[in-house]
Write a protein that binds this ligand. Sequence first.
Ligand SMILES: [Zn+2]
Length: 278
Amino acid sequence: MIAKKLIIKRVIILLFSYMALALNIVNAKTFIKGEIIAGGIIIVNVSPGSTVKLNDESIMISDKGVFLVGFERKPQPTQILEIYNENVLVEKITLNVKIRSYEIQRINGINKDKVDPPQSVIDRIYMERNSVKESRKKSNLITSTYYNNGFVLPAKGPISGVYGSQRILNGKPRSPHYGIDIALPKGHEVVSPMDGIVVFSNNDLYYSGGTIIIAHGQGLTTSYLHLSEILVSVNDIVRRGELIGKVGATGRATGPHLHWGAELKGKRIDPKYLDVFN
Ligand SMILES: [Zn+2]
């Protein structure tokens, strides 16, 4: 009889551990939502008041115990999350990051000054890069979890460029493509996919033309490039689904499209994984 009870108990324990695995529950306290994959982003819930380290570096966590982890195009395949309660390590989670392979994309017919910029615009490009960097740094300090209020696509249309592809522009190898291109006619509406605060807006950047960057909290930003019109200003609070600008072909573009990018504290992520905020 005792043996039978023990077997039943074991079966129940086994069932629970399978369920926990299926639901991505690491233990009762930690919950991970999202895919652990190159270019991906996950939402982690731990006990409020915990402190967290990712690969030995402290990360920002909300009072409700929520934080984000993003994975680069070619991430470290094994990453360690450590969760502390009152400075005592209570949990250590190994994140095994799925690796992806990327396609090669050749684009020809780009204005040659936008592939090899002339000396006269080098300073301009440098200054523009710095102001973008500064606004991203500011976004790292935003503690509000705007990203908690849901997600919609910024625009719907055929995908003409995917994240990660190795780019060959006019026959010359250039940086990988960090975003999704959505081919749409000039003037098509672009909405904010999530709540957030506008941290950058400029009508005329050398490479990206009309550009908006929105911060969604804890260092998560999304960007909208090549816009023909910008309808928001820096420090505006935007809501999910709110109109922010219109599709264009400004900057380095061969035709009208929306380039949609995403970044988490310096790690460029694949916007397709932002549906984790749904
Ligand atoms: Zn693009």
